[in-house]
Design a binder for this molecule. Sequence first.
Ligand code: ATP
Ligand code: MG
Length: 413
Amino acid sequence: MTMLDTTAEQATGGMPTDAEPCVLIKLGEVVLKGKNREQFERRLQNNVRQAVRDIAPVEVRRRHGVMVVRMGAGEKADVATVDALVRRITDVMGIVWVHRAWRVGKDPQSVVRAALDLMAGRTGAFAVRSRRRDKRFPLTSTELDRLVGSEIVEAYGLPVRLKNPEHTLSVEVDRDEVFVYTDGTQGQGGLPVGMSGRALVLMSGGIDSPVAAHRMMRRGLRVDYLHFSGMPFTGPESIYKAYALVRELDRFQGGSRLFVVPFGKAQQQIKSSGADRLAVIAQRRLMLRTGQLVARRLGGAALITGDSLGQVSSQTLANMTALDDAVELPILRPLVGMDKIEIMDQARRIRTLGISELPDEDCCTLLAPRRAETRARIDDLRQIDRRLDADELAERLADSVQEHRPVYGEVTA
Ligand code: ATP
Ligand code: MG
C-alpha cells in the first residue's frame, strides 16, 4: 500500500464512505441565560474558528448545548486532521469537554461500525449510552444500547459495566445525522476569551504571572502583556523568557501582544532618589503607573499581576494597599489566595513552568535592598513619586515600549 493510495475506505479508516470524523464540543453547565448565553455561544464559535484557522477551515454549528465542528466544504475530513483540531480546541476557553466523533448516516449498522472503530484497541469495561432526539429512528435508545453493546462484546470481548465504566460510548441520534463518540479530553472551562473585555498582564519571567494570565483569560478577558527588562544594565534574557511564556500562553487566546519596557535607567533613578528600603515598592508602583498608561492606550480596563498574599516581603497586605494607591485602574490578583505549590501545579498544567524556571537576570534584583519594607507607608511613597516626577517618568516609559507578537505554533513534523 502506498501513502498516496487513498481510496474512500482508507481515507476514513475503514469506515463507510458516508461516515465523517468531526469534533463535538460540550459547553457543560452553562449557567448563563438569555442574551449572555447567546453572546457566550457566538463568541465561542468565533474563537474556535480562529484557533484552528491554520489547521483547516471549519464549520462550527450549534445544537442543544453542544457544538459540532466539521471540516469546511471541500476539505478532506481525515482522522489525523480532526485529532489536531481536538488538541487545539482543548485550549480554547469556555469548553468543558472535547470529543472526536463520527458523524454517520441514520441507520443502525453505520452506528455499529463507528462504535467498533472507536472501541478498537481498548481494554476495560464499557457502557453504551444512546440518546434519541428523533423518535422516528427504527430503534429505541435502549434497543440501540443493546445492539451496539453486544457487537462490541462480540468483536473485542470487553465486559459491559453500566456503573463507572472505563469507557463510555455515546450515541446521539439527531434529525439528519447520528454522532458516535467516546470519552473526550477535558477542556479549560470558564468563559470564552473576549467576553469580559480586555486587561493588561504585568508579566515577569517568573512562575506566577503566567498562571495569573491564564486564570483571567479563563474568566473571559482578552489580555495583552507588559514586561519590564533591566536593560541596558542586564542582558536580554528576561525578554526572551517573557516572549517564550507569552507564545506558550497564546494558545489560549491567539493574537497575543507583548510590550517590553527597558526599565534599567528608571531603576537607577529610583535608587538615587534615596528610596532605600522602599525601593522595591516604589519600583512596583512605577511599573503599575506605566502599565496603566499602556493599558489605557490599548483599551484595557484592568491590570493583572501574579501577587500572592505573603509570598514575598513585597506582597503583604500593607504593601498591596500601597500598590493599589498608585493607579486608578483595578489591579486583579487572581493568585492572591493560592499557595506556591498550587501555583506551580497550575504552571505545570499550562506548560509554562519549564520556561519560568530557566535562569535569567530579573530586573528586580538590581534594586533589592538588604532589608525590604513590609509595611510601606503611602505618604513616604508619594513623596518618592514626587521626587522622581513619577507621572512624567511613566509617560516616557510608556512611550518607549517595543511591541512583539509571539504566536503559538504547534511544531509539526
Ligand atoms: P512572578 O513569579 O510572577 O515573577 P514573584 O513571586 O517573583 O512573581 P514579584 O517579583 O514580587 O513576585 O512580582 C509580583 C508581580 O509583579 C509579578 O507577578 C508580576 O505581575 C509583576 N512583576 C514583577 N516583576 C515584573 C517585571 N519585570 N515585568 C513585569 N511585571 C513584573
Ligand atoms: Mg518575579
